[in-house]
Design a protein around this ligand. Structure first.
Ligand code: ATP
Length: 246
C-alpha cells in the first residue's frame, strides 16, 4: 500500500523559514487529502518539499514504486507544443525516448479521463487557463503515479469543470487506490470530496484529521476570519454556509 508521512519537515527560501516542523499522520492510497490555508500559508512550498525540489530538515517518508505526480499551480507559461505531444513528453520523462504502444494508450487514457481528447491537436499556448490546467493534470496522470499532488487545480475553472475534475480525483483514489493531495481554496469542495484535511497557517500545521474535524466554524473563524455554519443538506451531506467576513 502506498503511503506518505512527514516527520518534522521544514523548508526555507534562502534564510527565510517557510515551513516549520510539519508532522503528519501516515496517509494511504485511496485517500483524498485537502491541503488548506490562506494565501502564502506554505501549501505550494510543502508540495515542493515533498517532491525534493527543496531540501531542509525533517523526513519525507514515501512508500511507492513510482515517482510522485505533480500538477503545479498554473504558471501561464506558453509552450509551442501540441497538447498530445506535451502529454506524451511528460509520459516519456521517466521512460527514455523509445515510445511504445502502451505509452500512446496511456496518453489516450489520460486525455479521455479528463475529457480533453478533442484538444489533442491544439497548441498549449492557445488554450484557456482552465484548459491548460487540465492538460497539466493529464501530464501528471499519464505517469501513472501512485501519489498525485495538485496545487489548486480548480482555480481557473468554471463550476461544471471544477466538479468534474474533483469527481475524477475522487474516482482515481477510490478505483486506483491513488493517494491524492490537493490544495484547495474552496472549503465546501474539500468537505465534499476529501476524506482528510490539513490546515496550514504561516508555515505551521495547525490542524489535521478528517475533513469534519478540520473544517469547523471555530477554526475557520480563527484562520479565515469568516463566520460559518455547517448544516446537513437533505441528502445528509455536510454543507458549509459562509455568513460573513469578520
Ligand atoms: N521561490 C520563492 N522564493 C522566495 N520566497 C518564496 C518563493 N516561493 C514562495 N515564497 C514565499 O513563501 C511563502 C509561502 O508561499 P507558498 O507559495 O508556499 O504559499 P501558498 O500557501 O501556496 O499560497 P497561495 O495560496 O497564494 O498559492 C510566501 O510568503 C511566499 O512569498
Amino acid at each position: 500500500m502506498v503511503t506518505l508521512q512527514l516527520n518534522r519537515v521544514s523548508a526555507r527560501y534562502g534564510r527565510r523559514p517557510i515551513l516549520e516542523e510539519i508532522t503528519t499522520p501516515c496517509f494511504q492510497g485511496g485517500q483524498v487529502v485537502a491541503l488548506l490555508g490562506l494565501n502564502a500559508a506554505g501549501k505550494s512550498t510543502l508540495f515542493r518539499r515533498v517532491l525534493g525540489l527543496l531540501k531542509d530538515e525533517g523526513e519525507v517518508i514515501i512508500s511507492a514504486e513510482r515517482p510522485v505526480g505533480y500538477m503545479p499551480q498554473d504558471t501561464g507559461a506558453k509552450a509551442v507544443l501540441a497538447v498530445y505531444e506535451s502529454v506524451l513528453l511528460a509520459r516519456m520523462q521517466e521512460r527514455g525516448l523509445k515510445v511504445q504502444p502502451e505509452d500512446l494508450s496511456q496518453v489516450d487514457r489520460a486525455l479521455e479521463e479528463l475529457s480533453i481528447t478533442t484538444l489533442g491537436e491544439r497548441d498549449i499556448g492557445d488554450l484557456s487557463g482552465g484548459q491548460r490546467q487540465l492538460v497539466s493534470a493529464a501530464q501528471a496522470l499519464v505517469q501513472e503515479p501512485e501519489i498525485l499532488m495538485l496545487d489548486e487545480p480548480t482555480s481557473a475553472r468554471d463550476l461544471n469543470r471544477q466538479i468534474s475534475l474533483l469527481t475524477v480525483l475522487r474516482r482515481l483514489a477510490d478505483e486506483r487506490q491513488m493517494l491524492i493531495l490537493v490544495a484547495l481554496h474552496n472549503l465546501g469542495h474539500a468537505l465534499r470530496f476529501a476524506d482528510a484535511a490539513m490546515m496550514l497557517e504561516n508555515g505551521r500545521l495547525i490542524a489535521y484529521g478528517s475533513t469534519a474535524e478540520v473544517i469547523t466554524p471555530a477554526l475557520l473563524r480563527q484562520v479565515y476570519r469568516v463566520s460559518t455554519r455547517i448544516e446537513s443538506c437533505s441528502k445528509g451531506q455536510p454543507q458549509l454556509i459562509v455568513e460573513a467576513a469578520i
